[in-house]
Write a protein that binds this ligand. Sequence first.
Ligand SMILES: [Zn+2]
Length: 380
Amino acid sequence: MGSIPIGRIAGFPIAVNWSVLVILWLFTWSLASTLPDAEPGYPTALYWVAGACGALILLASLLAHELTHAILARRAGVRVFDVTLWLFGGVTRLGGDAKTPKEAFRIAVSGPLTSLMLAAVFGAAAYGLDSVGAEPLVAAVGWWLAAVNLLLGLFNLLPGAPLDGGRVLKAYLWRRHGDPVRAGVGAARAGRILAFVLIGLGLLQFLTGSVVGGVWLAFLGWFIFAASREEETQAVTQQALARVRVGDVMTAHPHTAPADITVEDFIHRYLLGDRHSAYPVADRDGTIIGLITLVQLRGVEPGRRADTLVREVAIPLPEVPTAAPDEPVTVLLERLRSQAGDRALVADSSGLVGIVTARDLSRLLEVYRIASAPSQAPHH
Ligand SMILES: [Zn+2]
């Protein structure tokens, strides 16, 4: 997505998308062009310096908002991948849902509360600076930071996914009906309505002369529309998939590759003329010690194939995601996502019983997306 990692805060990887430059510029510009009216009499360059400082502090405020989400998610046992700043503020990528509606509510509401708190802090600081007769330009930037944080806090509380208010709504519906998936669909639909309202307001603003603000609002509405549709599809697909077990989609009795043949042998005796692209690797006594896929084979230079053993290049078993045949597919999908894997070995108490590949899973997802009416999901 064009994001640059810039380091870690509180253990969370922080990244910045190039589009942050757009908002940094927009905020600097809007501040530098409104300050001369509010506090006249300074040199032009100073307004731009004040604008840039204000914009940077605002970016830090956005980061604080996201970090509160991240900290509360971690406390609730939800994995946090990273925090990214971009055109519409920040995104905290989470590896799944909270376990209870209460925790989901806390994670969602914490960000806007941070923004509102920052608004109060900046407001108080600006008031203090004003009353002790400090440099008026500094106080004006403080008031601006208070106003924008207030707006951000309130805007994010609008009840529609993917906004924080949508997550709050989801937590509420979840607690009320006891079904997180249905609650997710409800919040996503509310998000779509909200998106239409924003697009409408944006067009209205555009037509009445506020071109930049109008376009930005309509663009934001469009983004919320797309994201809420994606969330709804995901929720409905999950609902349908919840009944499918790993055993239903795995390839049973997968061909295994002996650990002690050469890569050359393996390619000719197994890979050619077979439709599989991943093989569990078996030791002489039949125990599975790892997995070999086309990726590992590609890593062996053609000249070395005859004297490299399969066991030397296979992914060791502890690094291969595994699943049980009676586990829900959705749990496995979540696991693969968090381990960045694209296939899993399926084992029960008797040993290896199958293999699930990314292709099996993406086909399954595609099929369920097509048949996305939840009531038509097959029973197993
Ligand atoms: Zn937020």
